[in-house]
Design a protein around this ligand. Structure first.
Ligand code: FAD
Length: 518
């Protein structure tokens, strides 16, 4: 008996030691044996363990470069059929502009969605349809969609501030910018999706067809399927926009004007805002791209040491309104209470305005500053708490805004379908507050990663202790308990949808919401 127990124990030990090796090599050869129209790489995959945040680096086992939806379905089906015993996970990677490894998969399979886009044409539908739309690959960059649709005098209605992001990547979050007050975020401007679920099925979904899947994947953090195509609503595009900036020294006046503008029927076409703290020569810097309305007064304005709030607006310029648009802008501005000497305007092509962050990217890249760590913190703050938040965070916690822009602007919650997976506080008006910091890895000062992370934590702690009901946007948590709190009343539906569309929990492991069942 003793002999039997000993030999059994030795066998178990050998199996435990050998198992990962055996599994690993069989997984590898099974992936190599797949017949894809695209291809798989097992080496030189470092790009897939990097993202814009530049803080988390998880290496995948393989990267699939799909040429078709069938390729994606094939790979997901393959991993699904391996069953719960395999630890293999799958993550779609859009443009990899996540902040904390959300598009990574340690030891898993990355699907490089940008390969898919190269083989799928964009189709613009505008003749004979009541509302124009474009059908695109989910790996397509928004900038390319803009270029294509502008050929027809059309453009998507809702944007992000930066356009070198993929459709699948932003729709998995929300896609919020200064047009969201009117059109809702990008997830509110999608008519139909094609999705490969966690079981490898290819499904078309919309408000009318497979509606539950449609709502699940919008804002779904990649948890329910891989979006492979999207149908996006379009509107008439202006050729030029009037771009306006004004400053406030008092937050409540600034916020009141923002709220008035987003709720008025006649208003601007883009409404955002910035917090500016302790910036030197601010208005002088603006002069390179904007004209001050009162140059003399503007030159006497001092920004150093002050906390200021910049309201940023645009008005679309259409030929038939050229005669009246200036008067319209004047009327709108006359209702606002900004500091008069700080009115700056410029007129730029629509495409230049929308692609404005790319212009800064090129400058930062040339100085080697684009690839720094980006410890961003994005929050959704209910209107009833924004003043309290501003007093403490902009007034006390934030020492300056020299580590990157701080955005603050309101949107209407009614513009977001509550059936989607997107989470935001339960009030009519919600403020997006975005701390878009970069960090200098070789610094010990106020631009060090540690300093920015500590500041982010102080902001989050303050929100929690003060019960502000704030939600993270582009959320990052490390425990399921935190995710449960984040989703609040939506958690049960989220879990239930996961069990239907990705029962093995193998999709988008970098979000850290579910563990693949082993
Ligand atoms: P990735 O980082 O590649 O992926 C993000 C997540 O989505 C991952 O979990 C991934 O697995 C999943 N995913 C990717 N593609 C698919 C797919 N096809 N199907 C299912 N899941 C998928 N956001 C805003 O809302 N407004 C802004 O103004 C804004 N500005 C930004 C500016 C910059 C400079 C940067 C870096 C980011 C900005 N973002 C903004 C955030 C951005 O929208 C998200 O980080 C977005 O996820 C990035 O898109 P991506 O293609 O790089 O996605």
């Amino acid at each position: 008996n003793i002999l039997f127990v000993r030999s059994f124990t030795i066998l178990v030990l050998i199996w435990i030691v050998m198992k990962p090796e055996v599994c690993f090599s069989s997984v590898l050869s099974s992936l190599k044996a797949l017949h894809l129209q695209g291809y798989i790489t097992f080496e030189n995959n470092e790009f897939a363990s990097r993202d814009f945040g530049n803080q988390i680096h998880s290496h995948p086992l393989a990267v699939v470069h799909p040429k078709s939806v069938t390729d994606i379905s094939e790979i997901v089906t393959h991993v699904w059929q391996m069953g719960p015993a395999s630890e293999l996970t799958v993550a779609a990677r859009g443009h990899g502009h996540s902040l904390q490894g959300q598009a990574q998969a340690r030891g898993g399979v990355i699907i490089n969605m940008e390969s898919l886009r190269q083989d799928q044409e964009m189709q613009v539908y505008y003749r004979g349809v009541q509302f124009p739309y474009v059908d695109v690959s989910a790996g397509e960059l928004w900038i390319n969609i803009l270029h294509e649709t502008l050929k027809y005098g059309l453009a998507p209605k809702s944007w992000t501030d930066y356009l070198h992001l993929t459709v699948g990547g932003t729709l998995s979050n929300a896609g919020i910018s200064g047009q969201a007050f009117r059109h809702g975020p990008q997830i509110s401007n999608v008519r139909q999706l094609e999705v490969v679920t966690g079981k490898g099925e290819v499904l078309i979904c919309s408000q009318e067809q497979n509606a539950d899947l449609f709502h699940a994947v919008l804002g779904g953090l990649g948890q329910f399927g891989i979006i492979t195509r999207a149908r996006i609503s379009l509107e008439r595009a202006p050729k030029m926009v009037k771009w306006i900036r004004v400053l406030y020294s008092d937050f409540s006046t600034f916020a009141r004007d923002q709220e008035r503008l987003i709720s008025a029927s006649k208003t601007f076409d883009y409404i955002e805002g910035l917090v500016i703290k302790n910036k030197t020569g601010l208005l002088n810097n603006w002069r390179t791209s904007f004209d001050p309305q009162d140059p003399v007064q503007a030159s006497h304005f001092v920004s150093d040491g002050r906390t200021l709030y910049c309201l940023e607006l645009t008005k679309n310029l259409y030929p038939e309104k050229f005669d009246t648009v200036n008067q319209e802008i004047e009327d709108l501005l006359s209702q606002l209470s900004y500091i008069p000497s700080t009115l700056f305007m410029s007129e730029v092509p629509y495409i230049d305005f929308l692609d404005r962050v790319h212009a800064s990217e090129l400058i930062l890249r040339s100085k080697g500053l684009w690839d720094l760590p980006h410890p961003w913190l994005n929050l959704l703050v209910p209107k009833s708490k924004i003043q309290h938040f501003a007093n403490e965070v902009f007034g006390n916690i934030l020492s300056d805004t020299n580590n990157g822009p701080v955005l603050v602007y309101p949107i209407h919650k009614s513009k977001v379908d509550n059936r989607t997976s997107f989470v935001c506080p339960d009030e009519d008006i919600i403020y997006l507050v975005a701390f878009l910091s970069h960090a200098n890895p070789s610094s010990n000062g106020t631009d060090s990663l540690q300093h920015v992370l500590t500041q982010n934590k102080r902001i989050l702690d303050f929100c929690e202790v003060s019960h502000l009901g704030v939600k993270q946007y582009l959320p990052h948590y490390t425990t399921q308990e935190q995710w449960r709190t984040h989703f609040g009343p939506k958690w049960e539906v989220f879990v239930q949808r996961k069990s239907v569309y990705d029962p093995l929990a193998m999709l988008a492991p970098g979000q850290n919401i579910f563990q693949k069942s082993v």
